[in-house]
Design a protein. Structure first.
Ligand code: IVH
Length: 667
């Protein structure tokens, strides 16, 4: 019986691996997503019922786990080199001349796209993925294996045959534009700061502590180099073809070129066409194909002498600055925006560019009607990088930053050390009021079903709402029948509002939109003060005594609660029935016995899972940290702790406690 179950499990794993490959590497799925999910669920159920057949390489493991990954530093077997960059064709020809001179041979080149992401080094032992390590300083990097395992296009097990027992391959992790855009749309809706570009987002994602979040971010990886002494074949291109046959994603836009003319044609083609690719690229890498020639040419301390990167120039155009307008955000931050004469840039028409803040405008010495140079930063958000001063008409007027809010007329303020100007009229400035309400209803805050930005806009314009408390006083009769709103949607909203009365205190606190009080800070505050009254009465000292609450946050809270309108709103919401204290459940058993202590968990434990221990640390007011530093208070040690970690702890003199000692500490 169990034999046949094992067979079934193994067969399902194999089948799902193959579908993953067809979908994520080949982009040629042969079954529907629903069919795939059904099979995956079936496998999950079988694995759950038969933990004895567990396999860390199972496709079910791609969803990640929330076990904190403490990134160990791993030394690279072969140092990770970088590439020499060139920006013009002359330098490329020099490269070609040097290669010919040094080898006395006519080289063949392989041209590849240069992916703009984060480089990664994978090692496989007997065909099984063992380590995924970031570039780090080139000598050693972070072991991010758990996170990389969630990337569906990366094989956990190699396919085919012929791979060496010990095998390393290098490539680039990237976040597709579509994923990047989706994340930013979500962040915008939640009033969160936007991610700058796909590369930064990739590097932020791969260093995340929680691999289940990484799994949701849908990274991808392209592989381009097999380092080391083992000779797979005599040609770089053949190496890549072998890697592709073992299941790696190798860019299909890789070409062998017999001459510099062909190389240049490849470059010109992709300089134009790259905007159509699903991921960011910033150049073309040109490599000598023959491995024998590569070995002859060798490397410098920094980079191989058989390869060079041609970097694309960020596409730039000139257009006229028509005017500058100023947007007021939810927090009152003022963002200047340049309105431009529409112009085509990297495939899209650009009409506006962000100017960020007053310093940027001053640094550009911007004048109205100037001819400005516009570039796409990270290919996404256009920015003004310079002014054509020779073309400036002497009567053009300098752009002066506004002194008053364009929406409500209040005098703007700029705090010391802040790049941005702010409108201080929190409770009377329309975009701030609307922005606060939009934040309040957003998914991570009160998560009000059936409401969105447009409905808030509509209700505000109809004069139905001025504060978030007004939301709870709306009636079906007054909202149904409004522009595009049927009875059903009205009902759904009101039900959503009613349900939100159960949203826990920490999220209500986050939903209030107090400056610098994001999700994490709200959680810390809720835990430390337990209810709103205590938080509102807290002194500056009491606030900053809470771990991770600094002066800036404390000041912002005190400032917020010093305004009568804010206190009145909180009282109003309290009467409406929102949660302004921790639930009984959250209160039960929580103490501050570990207040101020940073504890690192390492190894495996007998009585509790690491997740349980982490919860206990937090419940008792301590902080669970991911990496060892001189500020770590204790190492909570289980079995099998890595020797390098032990050494570090001992060197820093950090006390080590066992699971039992920990339990005594928290009583
Ligand atoms: S080859 C020894 N090929 O660019 C050869 N690198 O500045 C090592 N990159 O660290 C690199 N696309 O992160 C190579 N097709 C490609 C690449 C590529 C992107 C990145 C990689 C490397 C950096 C070099």
């Amino acid at each position: 019986m169990t034999d046949s179950i094992l067979h079934k499990i193994v067969a399902l794993r194999k089948e799902l691996d193959q579908h993953n490959f067809l979908y994520y590497v080949k982009a040629q799925p042969v079954i529907t997503d629903i069919e795939f999910d059904q099979k995956l669920k079936e496998l999950e159920a079988l694995e759950k019922a038969h933990p004895e057949f567990d396999d860390p390489m199972s496709p079910t493991k791609r969803v990640g786990s929330d076990i904190t990954s403490e990134f160990q530093q791993v030394k690279h077997q072969y140092p990770v080199l970088s590439l020499n960059n060139t920006y013009n064709e002359g330098e490329l020809r020099d490269f070609d001349t040097r290669i010919k001179k040094e080898t006395n041979l006519q080289p063949e080149y392989v041209c590849e796209l240069k992916f703009d992401g984060v480089s990664i080094s994978l090692t496989y032992e007997k065909g099984i993925l063992k380590h995924a390590v970031t570039r780090g300083d080139g000598v050693q990097g972070d072991d991010v294996t758990n996170n990389v395992k969630t990337i569906r296009s990366i094989p956990l097990k190699l396919q085919g045959s012929g791979w060496p027992d010990e095998f390393e391959i290098r490539g680039e992790l990237v976040m597709p534009f579509a994923v990047f855009q989706k994340i930013n749309e979500e962040r915008a809706a939640n009033g969160e700061e936007l991610l700058a570009n796909p590369r930064n987002s990739t590097s932020g994602t791969i260093k995340m502590q929680d691999s289940s979040v990484v799994a949701k971010r849908q990274l991808d990886g392209y592989f381009y180099y097999v380092p080391g002494e083992i000779r797979l074949s005599d040609s770089h291109l053949k190496n890549l073809e072998l890697a592709a046959s073992w299941g790696f994603k190798v860019s299909e836009h890789t070409r062998k070129c017999g001459s510099m003319e062909e190389v240049l044609a490849f470059i010109h083609h992709w300089d134009k066409e790259r905007s159509k690719l699903p991921v960011a690229t910033d150049g073309v890498v040109i490599k000598v194909d023959s491995i024998a020639m590569q070995n002859d040419l060798g490397t410098t301390a920094k980079s191989p002498r058989w390869a060079v990167a041609y970097k694309f120039k960020a596409e730039q155009v000139e257009t006229r600055l028509l005017s500058v307008s100023y947007q007021v955000g939810r927090t009152g931050a003022i963002t200047p925006v340049a309105n431009l004469e529409p112009v085509l840039l990297a495939g899209t028409t650009v009409k506006r560019a962000s100017l960020h803040n007053a310093d940027i405008i001053a640094a550009l010495d911007l004048h109205l009607n100037d001819l400005v140079k516009v570039e796409k930063g990270g290919e996404i958000i256009p920015k003004i990088v310079g002014v054509n001063e020779a073309e400036r008409h002497p009567l053009n007027q300098r752009v002066e930053f506004i002194t008053h809010c364009p929406e409500c007329g209040s005098t703007l303020v700029r705090d010391e050390g802040e790049a941005k100007h702010f409108c201080p009229n929190e409770t009377g400035c329309p975009p701030q009021i609307k922005g606060k309400i939009i934040h309040f209803i957003s998914r991570k805050a009160m998560n009000i079903d059936g409401m969105g930005e447009e409905t808030v806009e509509l209700f505000y314009n109809q004069g139905l709402i001025r504060t978030v408390a007004d939301l709870y006083r709306m009636e079906e009769a007054s909202i149904a029948g409004l522009d595009r709103l049927g009875e059903k949607s009205a009902r759904r909203m009101l039900d959503g509002l009613e349900a939100s009365k159960k949203v826990p205190f920490e999220r209500v606190l986050f939903a209030l939109g107090i400056r610098y009080v994001g999700e994490t800070v709200a959680k810390l505050l809720a835990k430390a003060f337990k209810n709103m009254d205590a938080l509102m009465e807290a002194t500056f000292e009491q606030l900053t005594n809470v771990n991770e609450i600094g002066d800036r946050i404390a000041e912002s809270l005190i400032n917020h609660f010093s305004l009568e309108a804010n206190c009145a709103l909180i009282a109003d919401l309290h009467n409406i029935g929102l949660q302004f204290q921790l639930s009984e459940e959250e209160m039960a058993g929580s103490t501050d016995k570990l207040a101020g202590l940073s504890i690192i968990i390492s190894g495996t434990f007998e009585k509790h899972s690491r997740e349980e221990l982490k919860k206990m640390i937090e419940q008792h007011g301590g902080k669970n940290v991911g990496s060892i530093s001189k500020n770590t208070s204790y190492l909570l040690a289980g079995e099998n702790i890595g020797p390098s970690k032990m050494e570090k702890v001992q060197k820093l003199g950090i006390p080590i406690i066992s699971e039992d000692e920990f339990m005594t500490m928290i009583g």
